[in-house]
Structures are given as structure tokens and as C-alpha cells.
Write a protein that binds this ligand. Structure first.
Ligand code: ADP
Length: 320
């Protein structure tokens, strides 16, 4: 699919200016960097914020297992809901979305609020590059150019991470699978473990706002923590909130490479939406920012993860 006109114009107008700033050391002044860059880029058009409502989600989830779908949105019978949630398998979630859609940010928030482990293919690859492993050496060039790392390499990497998790452990995948071969291989592995994916959340963010977010992004490579200088800045400019270590710009976060990453996403990853839709486990959540989308994710996951409220609290909520 071709880039939208707005995104294409953002990409071309942002490229020269972005280059002028990417050489600034992250620890020097990321906020100043971000402000200057932002003021140099055209503002995205206003777009509707949240287009997916509960009813729509409910419809999409209807074919899910009865226990799961009823437990998520049945507001009038929450005691029964609690009972139903008990029987649910651990969350096995995939976050899918274009580059810059906020997969890393949402993954961090989900981990902070729910008991799930996260496996991020991008973070794993960046760690391997930083450590100079064979996988890192094989992946570095593709990543720098915005291409995909080979299915073989990435499948091996993720398989080994999945193998470290227990059957009762809830987890989420961020950035994997992103080709049909990867999706089918993952299904095969999970089916053989009798632990199939039970939810796929599509982060649906308009292309017009994504480039701006990418140019505003700083990361703590060892942990994968992501900061956005406008929406989610670190407490101290240029430093990770937890370790105090310097934040970095990703080498592939520039307009040229981003354009390739976006094209790869349209071409190779978007077909997975239909694949998971046909399996009745896809929910698409729309918004311009992670702050708009996260409450929808929380609502979706909350009922499932907090079944142990006292009966009075639970009934009160049910009547609200
Ligand atoms: P983003 O989603 O913003 O592109 P990621 O950190 O998920 O960022 O990925 C960064 C890069 O790592 C990708 O552009 C690609 O080169 C590589 N990569 C990550 N996950 C995969 C994957 N599942 N298959 C192939 N390449 C991947």
C-alpha cells in the first residue's frame, strides 16, 4: 500500500531538518532537540481520537470463547463474570501495529499494571547488536536499513525466549510475528505447547501522527523503555527514569528509514490482521496517542485480571 499523501509530505519535509538534529548527543539536550524538531515539522491534521467503542469491541470479541467474551463486557452480572474469569487461561497477547504505533509504550504500561512478561523482538535484536552476538551481527544491517531481519533468525530468537516461560505465565509479544511465515510458525509452536494466542490487539494510529512521534522518541536500550519528549518525557532530560543511564536515539528512527519500515509494515505485516481476524482473536483500538489507546487496553484486560474484588464492590460496579 502506498504512503498516504500527508505521511509522504511529512516524510519529505521532515527529512532534511531531522538530519540536522540527529547528530546531537542524547544526553546533551533531548528536550531542546525535540522542541526544535517539532517546531520545524508541519503539524499533523487533527484526526478523530478514539473511533473504536465498547460496542464495537464487544462485537469483535463475540466469537471468542464464551467465558472470555462475556467476562469482558458483562456489566450486569459481575459475580458471574468473576467466576468465569477464573477459568480463563493466562493472557497470551500479541501487540501489532505500524512502526511508531506505540507497541513498546503500551507493552511497558501493560507490564506495570498486569502480571505479564513481555517479549519484544526489536529490543532483543538491539540487545544482541549491543552485545555483538552472531545474531546481532546478522541483524544489524537490515535493522539499520529498515528491512526485516530474516524469519529464520527472528523465529529462533523468539522461540528461545518463549521456552523460558512457564505454561501458567501470562505474556505479550511486541513486534513478533510480523510476516505470515512468522505467524504460522508461531502458531505451530504454540499449538504444540497447547498455549495458543488468545488475544491480538491492533494499535491503530493514523500515519500522519506517527512520524512526528518517531522523531520525538528516545529509548533506554538495555531495558527497552521508551520515552516521548512530548507525551512521556523522562524525569531528567536525556536520562532513563529507573537507571539514570543515558537515553539514545534509535539509528533507524529517521524519515528515510521510517518510510521503508512503514512500507514493509503495509506489505508484510498488515495481512496478519485478516489472519487473526479470521481466528476471532483480533481487537483493533484506535487513537492518536498512547494515552488515548491505553485506557481501552486497560478496560479490555482489567476484568480478566482483577476478578477477586469483594462481592459488594463487584456488584456496585455492575450497576454503574
Ligand atoms: P518498530 O516496530 O518501530 O519498527 P521494533 O523495535 O519492533 O520497532 O523493530 C525494529 C527493527 O527490528 C525492525 O525495523 C526490523 O528491522 C527488526 N525486527 C523487529 N522485529 C522483527 C520481526 N518480527 N521480523 C523481522 N524483523 C524484525
Amino acid at each position: 500500500m502506498a504512503l498516504s499523501r500527508q505521511a509522504a509530505s511529512l516524510l519529505s519535509s521532515g527529512s532534511r531538518r531531522a538530519h540536522a538534529f540527529t547528530s546531537i548527543h542524547p544526553a546533551a539536550a533531548p528536550v531542546a532537540f525535540s522542541r526544535r524538531l517539532l517546531s520545524s515539522l508541519p503539524r499533523p491534521h487533527a484526526t478523530p481520537t478514539t473511533t473504536t467503542n465498547t460496542l464495537k469491541i464487544n462485537n469483535q470479541l463475540a466469537p471468542l470463547s464464551k467465558a472470555y467474551s462475556r467476562s469482558l463486557f458483562s456489566s450486569s452480572s459481575t459475580l458471574r463474570m468473576a467466576h468465569m474469569v477464573e477459568g480463563c487461561p493466562p493472557l497470551r497477547l500479541l501487540l501489532i501495529g505500524s512502526p511508531g504505533a506505540g507497541k513498546g509504550t503500551q507493552s511497558g504500561r501493560i507490564q506495570n499494571n498486569f502480571e505479564v512478561s513481555s517479549i519484544s523482538s526489536g529490543d532483543l535484536l538491539r540487545k544482541n547488536i549491543a552485545q555483538g552476538t552472531d545474531i546481532g551481527k546478522r541483524a544489524a544491517k537490515e535493522m539499520k536499513n529498515g528491512a526485516f531481519v530474516s524469519d529464520e533468525v527472528i523465529v529462533k530468537l523468539i522461540d528461545s525466549e518463549l521456552g523460558k516461560l512457564g505454561a501458567e505465565q501470562g505474556w505479550l509479544l511486541d513486534g513478533f510475528p510480523r510476516t505470515m511465515t512468522q505467524a504460522q510458525t508461531l502458531d505451530h509452536t504454540l499449538d504444540s505447547l497447547n498455549q495458543p494466542l488468545n488475544l491480538v490487539i491492533h494499535l491503530n494510529v493514523p500515519e500522519e501522527v506517527i512520524l512526528q512521534r518517531i522523531m520525538d522518541r528516545w529509548v533506554h536500550i538495555p531495558s527497552g523503555r521508551v520515552y516521548n519528549m512530548t507525551y512521556n518525557p523522562p524525569k531528567h532530560a536525556g536520562l532513563d527514569d529507573v537507571t539514570g543511564e543515558p537515553l539514545e536515539r534509535r539509528p533507524d528512527d529517521n524519515p528515510e528509514t521510517f518510510k521503508i519500515r512503514l512500507q514493509k509494515h503495509h506489505e508484510l505485516t498488515e495481512p496478519l490482521l485478516d489472519y487473526y481476524k479470521n481466528k476471532n482473536i483480533l481487537v483493533s483500538l484506535a487513537g492518536n496517542t498512547s494515552d488515548e489507546i491505553y485506557p481501552q487496553i486497560r478496560e479490555l484486560l482489567q476484568t480478566r485480571f482483577k476478578p477477586e474484588e469483594s462481592p459488594s464492590e463487584v456488584e456496585g460496579q455492575g450497576q454503574a
